[in-house]
Design a protein around this ligand. Structure first.
Ligand code: ADP
Ligand code: MG
Length: 334
């Protein structure tokens, strides 16, 4: 479905403000493209980084072709089409991503569940035409949502879904996994200072020239043109899940794309969650899961995971930060 409009147009979910802070003497190269339904931005500092940047863009297109469930012939499309019958042969990175997603599902008690596809379809978030689904259909679709019914076999290189009608939707994890893959491409090509940003899923490589930290802006979920503040990060990855990224309004209520797999309804306890974690996959998976878990249980989970910090923005605008996030968050730019 190449005709779908990209979901995030001119601004990424998190604006990286490295341009404000970059040192003019170090050459910088930037590439942008539309991929995975959003904007990819790759910025690399140093000389001779062009080939690495091109290789990163090629990798992004390759992974999109594997993981877009709406693209006819993609690996996820084939797995979904075979639901209820034989497992499907897929590439090692697809098995690895599914296995990681299932671990996050276990860890979060199913708050993150990539078998949410049938429910996402009912709400119309994949097609861009949002609607409130009839309760009966929602209940039927919920029976098909269960990550324990995904079969992965790394040795055989297969993935299967136990029941007909099930479908995988990697929307909550694929961008993070892709950012990690692009980051590795850059690193292996010898790039020492770079930032990969795929629709607000960001991973940092090295440090920006002349500075110890990157400066990442965090958007205000109720006015995404405004920044709530800044994160000063020496490394790692950041992702935000928000109720403002894809939604429709009915009767003054906001219906958005992060769904609680227990109810099939949009999770309503927070407006956005920003996660800082060692890898972009962790940040992506956990930002969605903590959004569903909410500001109490989600906060506790973030505190319990080593290397993971979180910032919750509540629907009323209050901000709740884990201690480690507090130490890198500033309201005003330096
Ligand atoms: P974005 O894709 O806007 O960056 P997320 O990473 O939070 O935001 O992913 C949200 C997407 O993940 C939804 O559009 C949907 O495709 C899928 N999704 C929604 N709720 C869940 C859930 N509870 N578990 C797994 N995937 C989900
Ligand atoms: Mg996510």
């Amino acid at each position: 479905m190449l005709s779908r409009p990209p979901r995030v147009l001119p601004t990424a979910v998190i604006l990286s403000l490295l341009f404000l802070s970059s040192c003019a003497s170090s050459p910088v190269q930037e590439r942008q493209m539309l991929v995975m339904d959003t904007i990819l931005r790759v910025v690399a500092y140093g000389r001779d980084v062009e080939a690495a940047l091109e290789a990163a863009l090629t990798e992004a297109r390759r992974l999109e072709a594997l993981w877009d469930r709406h693209r006819q012939g993609s690996e996820i499309w084939r797995v979904n089409r075979s639901a209820g019958s034989e497992p499907v042969s897929v590439s090692p990175e697809t098995v690895a991503l599914l296995q990681a997603a299932l671990q996050f599902a276990e860890l979060t008690g199913g708050a993150l569940d990539v078998t949410i596809g049938p429910v996402v379809d009912l709400w119309g978030f994949g097609s861009g035409e949002g609607r409130i689904p009839p309760g009966q259909l929602l209940r039927e679709a919920l029976h098909l949502v269960d990550y324990r019914k995904v079969r992965t076999d790394a040795e055989r290189g297969t993935v299967g879904l136990a029941e007909e009608g099930m479908s995988l939707d990697l929307g909550a994890v694929a961008k993070g996994a892709a950012v990690d893959a692009l980051w590795s491409v850059l690193k292996e090509a010898g790039v020492r200072s770079a930032l990969v940003d795929l629709g607000g899923n960001i991973r940092l490589l090295g440090s920006p020239p002349g500075r110890p930290e990157w400066l990442i802006g965090v958007q205000d979920p109720r006015d995404p043109s405004r920044l709530l503040g800044y994160l000063r990060l020496a490394g790692g990855a950041v992702a935000t899940s928000g109720d403002y990224q894809r939604y429709f309004m009915v009767g003054g209520r906001r219906y958005h794309h992060i769904l609680d797999p227990r109810t099939g309804w949009p999770a309503a306890e927070v407006a956005s969650v920003t996660v800082w974690a060692p890898t972009a996959l962790q940040a992506d998976a956990l930002s969605t899961a903590l959004f569903v878990l909410g500001p109490e249980r989600g906060y506790e989970m973030a505190c319990s995971l080593p290397g993971v910090e979180a910032l919750f923005v509540l629907p009323g605008g209050q901000v709740k930060l884990t201690p480690g996030m507090q130490s890198v968050f500033r309201v005003n730019p330096p």
